[in-house]
Design a protein around this ligand. Sequence first.
Ligand SMILES: Nc1ncnc2c1ncn2[C@@H]1O[C@H](COP(=O)(O)OP(=O)(O)OP(=O)(O)O)[C@@H](O)[C@H]1O
Ligand SMILES: [Mg+2]
Length: 362
Amino acid sequence: MPAVELQNLWKDFHSVPAVCGIHLSVQEGELLALLGPSGCGKTTTLRTVAGFEVPTAGEIRIRGKTVSGPGHFVPPEARNVGMVFQSYAVWPHMTVEANVAYPLKLRGVPPAERRERTRRVLELVQLPGLEFRFPHQLSGGQQQRVALARALNMEPAVLLLDEPLSNLDAQLRKEMRLEIKALQRRLGITILYVTHDQEEALTMADRIAVMGSGVIHQVAPPEEVFEEPADRFVAEFMGCTTFLPCEVAGVNRVRLLLGEEAPTVSCPLPSGVSGRGVLGIRAQEAHLIRDGSEALTGRVTLRTYRGGSFEVRVQVGKHVIPLITTTPLREGDTVQFALGPVRFFPDVSCAIPGEVPQATVM
Ligand SMILES: Nc1ncnc2c1ncn2[C@@H]1O[C@H](COP(=O)(O)OP(=O)(O)OP(=O)(O)O)[C@@H](O)[C@H]1O
Ligand SMILES: [Mg+2]
């Protein structure tokens, strides 16, 4: 039985849809990252699971129990979910210990047990020794650990984390990612983790749900979302920066339409596909080659140093293709290169037998 199930979940604000009929399940013990750009509906989705928003339509189940559905609404305090927000939502007038022990106090856990459980959970988030400090005496990362410890102390069926690391500096963010991941593994907790940071989702998640404009485009393990993005929107979010026009030129072959240049390259294609589309390219996958039937030729128009390697822009016909290389090329050089793994996304009008063409992507 999934820990959380969303079935056809809709949420409108004053008739403007924020979440548009999503389906999603989070398995027990899984960390599922809900990844998408600002305003796509991530927080709204999380808040409906927590019970802070009433859905416009659809059903939410936690461990098989309906908590939100037609004519049925379980309030947040009766859902057994813990939530940690982007801003450190800790009570400023309470010590670390009092903050973390608070959910246990609410449940009437006796003081001795409360102290012991609080001590253990503070150890888990690596905050022992700070029990009697107040939040203003802590760093941002420490405050966020207090919020996390408090949520863990509830022993929730599911932990909802809404961009919990985005206020931390880059180094601390990286450390906390690993700590949360290790904690989740050790305790076997279920986490629904909202982020707009693809690297965070890739490093932490068991599965990623990519969301855009209130709909979910793909749910898959990180490798699959990265290697086989379901559509152009997911590809762009996963670092494909360049999309080259092309047309299908045979089985697993496409012809690039780059002005005077029309080289063909190999590319995995759904069987029977035809017509035009685009090829998604990542700069770090394109690479220089000496020769070869799939070599493209172009001229370097810009070179920037990125520490240990260069990013160069190569003009081919009317198009500019970025590639990353350790070779110290100069602007004006003519180079031969291969695109690396490419992904074909058909134009909306392009036919794939047996499939509805992808919806328009933003
Ligand atoms: N209380 C509200 N009233 C009206 N509109 C709202 C409300 N809350 C959210 N929205 C709108 O719903 C849409 C989704 O918002 P949401 O906060 O879920 O996005 P998000 O994906 O969490 O974005 P971010 O990454 O910026 O936090 C946005 O267009 C937002 O303006
Ligand atoms: Mg948000």
